[in-house]
Design a protein around this ligand. Sequence first.
Ligand code: COS
Length: 390
Amino acid sequence: MANTGMDPEIFDQFIDQLQRYVRERLIPAEADVIAHDRIPEDLIDEMRAMGLFGLTMPEEYGGAGMNVPQYIETIRVLSYALPAYRSITSINLGMVCSALKHSGTPEQKAEWLPRLAAGEIACFGLTEPGSGSDSAAMATSAKKDGNGYILNGSKRYITNAPHARLGLIMARTSQDNLPKNAHVSAFLVPMDTPGISVGKPDRKMGQTGSHIADIYLDDVKLPGDALLGGEEGKGFATAMQSLDNGRLSVAAASAGYAQRILDTAMRYANDRKAFGEPIANFQLIQAMLADSKAEIYAAECMIRDASAKADQGKAIIEAASAKMFASEMCNRVADRCVQIHGGAGYLAEYEAERFYRDSRIFTIYEGTTQILQLVIAKNMLREFAAGAAA
Ligand code: COS
């Protein structure tokens, strides 16, 4: 059954308001975010006041109660602006909220969802120095200690780690590699717990203003009720389910940003003259613009369909396909934007160069294109085998 979500009329009004906010406030603030490599605190407060951290939390927990298609459309609209704006909100809205809603106990939901909705920032700790795509191979351990646990290990490339108040941390509760990766459990970890430290933000190719860092866990003592859902061995399934959601968000980020990139390329093609006329008059330029438009449209259709399916239950193949296509597409559009700009496309003075660098991560995080190919194929073959057996 699809979730009704936010009242459609109120949702439409919200999207109008968000489009204005993106145009009038977020885009003009981009230069400042880039210059200082951070979103100013007063802007984050404004985003909190607009409810942007609580879109997906149920209303009874102080959120806006959006269903998946509404939330993903919101991300697409927000992503017309610098990717850092999505990054700061997206872990709350996507992966951590999804994990809490699906797997949290009533007490855990009551404790954390209102805080996340109010804009306390969360991070999602799956990746480690020794395990990225092969996430179940993690080394971080959670040893039983009376009723609680002691965590040791480290997490890598964790978005928002320097700002987070809550970490959803995956750790192994068994030293053996159990079937279905049941050695992995998920923990709700207040980031001010003694024994936690966060490394310096990593320097990156793009996505200025968004921060990733290592998290170190050194004898971090947690009470028993920090175990998500109160049950060991569910962490891998929770992480994968949350990643389905995160992948739709990256797909929407790619589609929203690609539109911004194409609009910029269009403007340049109309302004720039060569051989006595705007380069937009030349058919080889037009081909690049047309391919970009068609591909953005294709991604938008995939995202809408995958979001609707995700709202009704599992959409593993669709979420992976939408993310794979949209992220690759955004890179192609960014590449064409540089090409249309010619020599100017290579200069930091123009936005094309930044678009190119910012887009590059979309095909990597929350499942590389290659991992998504494996996810799609594995699930297709499984469906085929089930069909053949029936
Ligand atoms: N939803 C719910 N449960 C899921 C799931 C999903 N999307 N995917 C897996 N599970 C659960 C199931 O219980 C599954 O058992 P069944 O397949 O019998 O139902 C179990 O987890 C094991 O799944 P699977 O066999 O697919 O695990 P693998 O070890 O083969 O998974 C891949 C390997 C590569 C697919 C996985 O590790 C992955 O997606 N890696 C990429 C991680 C990633 O995206 N990292 C990015 C950084 S995180 S921000």
